[in-house]
Ligand binder design. Sequence first.
Ligand SMILES: C[S@@+](CC[C@H](N)C(=O)[O-])C[C@H]1O[C@@H](n2cnc3c(N)ncnc32)[C@H](O)[C@@H]1O
Length: 305
Amino acid sequence: MDAVCARAQFHAENPVVVDATLGGAGHAAALVGLMPPGGVFLGIDRDPEALVRGRDRLAAARCTVHLHHGEFSELPEVLERHGVPKIDFLLADLGVSSFQLDEAGRGFSFAADGPLDMRMNPEAGETLLEKLASVEYADLASILRRFGEEPAAGPIARSILRALEQDQLHSTADLAAAVTRVVPAFTRNLHPATKTFQALRIWVNGELEEVEALLEAVPDLLAPGGRMLVISFHSLEDRLAKQAFAKLCHPERDIPSWVPLTRDQMPKARFRTEGPIGPDAGEIEANPRSRSAKLRVLWALEDAT
Ligand SMILES: C[S@@+](CC[C@H](N)C(=O)[O-])C[C@H]1O[C@@H](n2cnc3c(N)ncnc32)[C@H](O)[C@@H]1O
């Protein structure tokens, strides 16, 4: 939180601030508290519950507040609808909210038994159970490998599909049991089903495609001096941000080495990057889930032409 607020000094008189992942609106409330009355705040979340919380927490805001229910990949259209051409500050705090994880009925957690749902937007798309009903073994194994970096992807995929066939897969506890049947041991204090749950959640919500779309759209939407902050909780998302930011900060790397350009003719970077920045001890103590968080920042240079 401190690292985010420290980067929220606005040069524009009436800054435009976007929280692309409103969640419980903790960051949003802190950001809005730093904004002048002429500023515009836009909060986005695909979970309608987040908008209810946001409306409540931001009720006393001095600036203009717009809340949008939908995906952050729709950002360019949402900004256009609100007549906002450029952004001074954007935060994407990726992953799931604490309230989503803690509510057993959402099906995100093996710690509390719940339905096999995992949709961040419970009003759209297929639930985990619906998706599992039509997935092939090879595809499921590949999902666990790619999105969970799970070394036992094959045996776990087989065990999940066997449980489904035998009508023994109805809840998150059944799913965790299907994993522990083939990978019983805890490693580094991680529950054996941690990576499987992460992979399936990313799959159900198309999370990486969403992040890619956001990383593609935002750089062109940043005002001079504007910045984009990405907080990620696993290496897949962090890698996407790291690679996208590095490409923007080093446009010369796209020029093949055989093209004869002098130093002055090389394309100039319009951005600089900062990070990864981890949470400090106080933050970890206040919120143990922030332990694995990494913050990366993309700054649009003020004098870029
Ligand atoms: C880690 S939480 C954000 C927590 C928030 N920063 C706070 O202070 O409470 C991530 C939130 O982003 C939302 N989210 C994830 N992917 C999204 C997407 N593609 N579009 C819109 N919202 C998304 C989730 O529903 C969740 O509420």
